[in-house]
Design a protein around this ligand. Structure first.
Ligand SMILES: Nc1ncnc2c1ncn2[C@@H]1O[C@H](COP(=O)(O)OP(=O)(O)O)[C@@H](O)[C@H]1O
Ligand SMILES: [Mg+2]
Length: 394
């Protein structure tokens, strides 16, 4: 079919042609957004799920909804090894500039900018822009202890938002890369905000380990965050992710072709997009047949192996690769880490640091005590395909 009209969108964060199966999460987000505007509190949301399930897409959608409702939004993607203060200062600065345009919020915005200036200087955040030319406020957000200072700063921002009759929505993607200290400070800050009923909303997204990381950072994290699970699409949701975009282009797909796609992708959104994309290009028409889907499987797998899977694998050291390959050889997982140790002829303890490194890189996580699993769906198949059954360079 005409590749120019191909509706599918495989790619990290790419807006899918049909955002299937996420109605409940979006409805809840929408209620929180509306409540913030009338001064009512909502729990922060932390979307949790494996790679490629559509967390970034959801965060973007929520940001768009919040903007549409009149919130000022700040979207941050936490990269590995950057501090939260560094990431936040420029965003909060922008936010306060927007609030300060509202006449009755000028004073509160100015006060918040002074707190921001103090915060930036104590955490040594430098940035070229001369817009922080206000005097720092002495004694606010400047102790150097982020768990104390971030809450004070958030309260100032919340007060400015309230004075402006608006709300501030902060969104952070890849939360698992925040340090424990930064995550703890964020939780305390959001807790403080909720106690004061200030119009500040938080939406985060991250790998499943973020639930445990939050609990370790602050024991009351579960009172601050609601943790909606973002999983693979099932049944009609998975079907419409493929069928709807095709029909919207005036084309068709047979039921058996659709069943084949659902079975091979297990409903994982990234895989569905990749399969849909290949099927469309391969099919000659007038509709997408089972034989097209079956051919598309090869093309889609190759694309995933050279992209989605490979970028993850490339980030591992040779020793870490040895570890994940040993996992894959044990089946689909989750795995007992003691079994991986036996497979590698090592002790559970001696492998501890290596396992921790792979967890920090966001490649594996611990779904329950003593267990580990891949954060990338079907990663075991990828490893078996490329490094065990048909060895190539590791
Ligand atoms: N609800 C959905 N229905 C269909 N496709 C989706 C859906 N959510 C995401 N996708 C697709 O899945 C892929 C991965 O989305 P992304 O948001 O990057 O995942 P994550 O952030 O969880 O790794 C993208 O190609 C996107 O278009
Ligand atoms: Mg993402």
């Amino acid at each position: 079919m005409d590749p120019v009209r191909n509706p599918f969108a495989p790619g990290a964060g790419s807006q899918p042609p049909e955002l299937s199966g996420r109605g409940a999460i979006l409805d809840e987000a929408n209620i929180a957004i509306q409540r913030a505007l009338i001064g009512k509190h909502s729990r922060s949301q932390m979307l949790l799920g494996l790679r490629g399930v559509g967390k970034t897409v959801l965060l973007n959608k929520i940001a768009e909804m919040a903007e549409g409702a009149g919130h000022v939004t700040s979207f941050i993607e936490a990269p590995e090894g950057k501090s939260l203060s560094e990431l936040l200062v420029p965003k909060i600065n922008q936010t306060l500039r927007k609030f300060s345009l509202v006449e009755q919020a000028k004073a509160k915005s100015h006060q918040a900018l002074r707190a921001l200036r103090a915060f930036a200087s104590v955490f040594k955040v430098t940035y070229g822009d001369a817009t922080l030319s206000v005097d720092p406020e002495i004694g606010v957000a400047d102790s150097g202890d982020i768990e104390n200072d971030l809450p004070e700063l958030f309260v100032r921002v919340g007060e400015a938002a309230k004075a402006a009759g608006k709300a501030w929505t902060l969104l952070i993607d890849e939360v698992q890369y925040l340090s424990g200290t930064d995550l703890a400070a964020l939780i305390v800050a959001l807790h403080k905000i909720s106690q004061k009923d200030l119009p500040v909303l938080f939406f985060g997204a991250g790998l499943p380990q973020v639930a445990a990381l939050s609990g370790e950072a602050k024991s009351y994290a579960e009172r601050v965050f609601h943790f909606p699970a973002v999983g693979p699409l099932v049944g009609d949701d998975a079907r419409s992710a493929i069928r709807q975009p095709i029909e919207n282009e005036g084309e068709k797909i047979t039921d058996i072709a659709l069943d084949d796609i659902l079975q091979k992708t297990q409903g994982y959104p990234y895989f569905l997009q990749e399969w849909g994309y290949q099927c469309w290009n391969i099919a000659q028409g007038p509709q997408i047949e089972w034989s097209d889907a079956s051919q598309a499987a090869h093309a889609a797998t190759r694309r995933l192996d050279d992209g989605f899977f490979k970028v993850r694998f490339d980030r591992l050291t040779p020793k870490e690769r040895e570890y994940v390959i040993a996992m894959a050889q044990l089946g689909a997982g989750p795995y007992r880490s003691s079994e991986v140790a036996i497979a590698l002829n090592e002790t559970h303890q001696s492998l501890g640091p290596r396992r921790a490194q792979i967890i920090n890189k966001g490649m594996i996580y611990s779904p329950s005590h003593g267990d580990i699993a891949f954060t990338v769906p079907m990663f075991n198949d990828y490893l078996m395909r490329n490094y065990v059954n048909k060895p190539r360079k590791t």
